[in-house]
Design a protein around this ligand. Sequence first.
Ligand SMILES: Cc1cc2nc3c(=O)[nH]c(=O)nc-3n(C[C@H](O)[C@H](O)[C@H](O)COP(=O)(O)O)c2cc1C
Length: 341
Amino acid sequence: MNNFSFAGRDLCGAALAPMAGLSDLTLRTLAAEYGAVFTVSEMVSAKAIVMGDKKTRALCTPTPGQALYGIQLFGNEPEVVAEAARMLKEEFAPDFLDINMGCPAPKIVGNGCGSSLMKNPALCGRMVEGAVAAGLPVSVKMRTGFDENHMTAVEVARCCESAGASLLTVHGRTRAQQYTPPIHPEEIARVVQAVKLPVLGNGDILTAEDALQLKSQTGCAGVMVGRGALGNLWLFRQIRAVLAGEPVPPPPTLAQRMELLCRQAKGMCEEKGEETAIKQARTQAIYYLKGLRGAASFRSRATGLTVYRDVVELRDAVLAANAEETRPVEEEVFRKPILKG
Ligand SMILES: Cc1cc2nc3c(=O)[nH]c(=O)nc-3n(C[C@H](O)[C@H](O)[C@H](O)COP(=O)(O)O)c2cc1C
């Protein structure tokens, strides 16, 4: 039984993780189309929402389509989170709100937000209470703790559950571990056992097999995928199939990957204008180029993309250099994440 209930739906598959600077409207739209059970905005500051900051509000545009959509808030003042939640519900009508208790960035932690909250489980509960008051389902994205002296995930999870949260996602590392060392499935399992809420496991899922393994190691209700989905949105279809006990669809061909890169870049241009979009598309492009023959030279070309036409020319050059390559991309290609947060 690989389904779980959240926000009034019965879900089976993987969610797209919130990723600041990456999970923009275009990536979320494509992820939903490729079978993500829900998508979440990049993290937005509760304070900035309350102050009416336009740039922050621009990050909240709901993902179109059938999949659930949530807006992720960071902050550390329950009253501000409550007000931001109320405003977001009114303006964007998301399906749920998510509270960030995992961001390790020094600027965020230094202000007592993100993973800093893992040191104060009671405050975590009050943050959830504030958001729940807006009348939307609330989820929480946390780590296993702040550091090895603050392994608080179980306590934080219980406080969030009592405060009315509907779902928890646990990234299997502490703040001190950032993004690199292997995750700790046993810490995710402790949270699964401590609460009745659905818990999603997160961290280093790069293949459908990884999703199955994390589920069996932790008993988690579902999984959330971040870096593994970059350049490989087919992963959502594969995970959904494997969890539903259906045959796993084959990985994409090189031509399909290059087409999707162009589609994503085009979508980003429409979303935020060509100049900003193509600069940001450089990172996304590097993921699409993983494992290719001549990847190193294509990667350096990707770092210089400036207009949409460059993306199309990159696609053409990649396909020309790999003309005889019609096999699906080997799964091994997707094994190594590039970004470390
Ligand atoms: C570039 C980048 C930006 C991220 N931004 C956020 C964020 O805004 N909110 C959040 O909760 N997690 C954020 N994360 C963490 C991811 O959601 C996820 O928990 C983490 O990358 C581990 O999952 P993965 O191995 O599947 O990527 C970010 C991660 C990366 C790499």
